[in-house]
Design a protein around this ligand. Structure first.
Ligand SMILES: [Zn+2]
Length: 213
């Protein structure tokens, strides 16, 4: 066990070294519209985040890709997620339908529009108590016929964008070449998206996670 201790020290040191130079190349990730600053990221003790999507859902492959992309944005496993088979144990529930939730808490749905599909993330964030009530909900669905060729690309971009909200990026990037742009066109995670996520995870979260576990 003693051999593990120096490794932890190195991790912390490397962590702060990475966050510092990133400051000039990030976009705003916090929410300000409630008169206070809300910054959310998953606490280490809740990792990996448990995500449920139906085994036969057509959007499942895009969830897998989006998780992999955001995990790979980090060097030290600051964000990790895993798919679970039982939705009752999930922190995040993903469905291939328009949103049908709301009204329980003051919610803040985040909508992304692309020509062929919509995405909507409900982080179940209550600004007054500064809590996230699990589970979060994520919706992504086609708005045109499934035969339209652009659907796979739209799903790929949109799911990466929505999982960006799930990891805690509450605001949108002003840059059209970032996946967190409000109407994203970039199919991946840009350097600026990556630096923003790293910066978010290396600063204190002002939001507490409640509900379920
Ligand atoms: Zn969005």
């Amino acid at each position: 066990m003693r051999r593990l201790l120096p490794a932890v020290g190195v991790l912390v040191a490397a962590c702060s070294n990475i966050a510092s130079p990133a400051v000039n190349d990030i976009y705003e990730y916090r929410a300000f519209e409630f008169g206070d600053t809300l910054a959310f990221h998953w606490p280490r003790e809740l990792l990996p985040v448990r995500i449920w999507v139906a085994a036969d859902s057509p959007i499942r492959p895009y969830v897998v890709t989006a998780i992999s992309r955001w995990q790979d944005a980090f060097l030290y496993g600051e964000f990790r997620a895993t798919l679970v088979a039982d939705s009752s144990t999930a922190d995040v529930i993903v469905r291939n339908t328009p949103s049908d939730v709301g009204g329980v808490l003051l919610r803040r749905p985040i909508l992304a529009r692309a020509p062929q599909c919509n995405g909507e993330t409900d982080p179940s964030l209550d600004p007054s108590s500064k809590t996230v009530q699990l589970p979060m909900h994520l919706f992504m669905y086609a708005v045109v016929s499934d035969a339209v060729p652009g659907i796979p690309a739209c799903y790929s971009i949109t799911m990466t964008h929505e999982v960006g909200h799930v990891i805690g990026i509450l605001a949108h990037s002003p840059h059209s070449d970032d996946v967190m742009f409000a109407n994203p066109e970039f199919d991946g995670i840009s350097d600026r998206d990556r630096q923003t996520a790293i910066t978010l995870y290396h600063r204190p979260s002002t939001v507490t996670v409640t509900g379920r576990r």
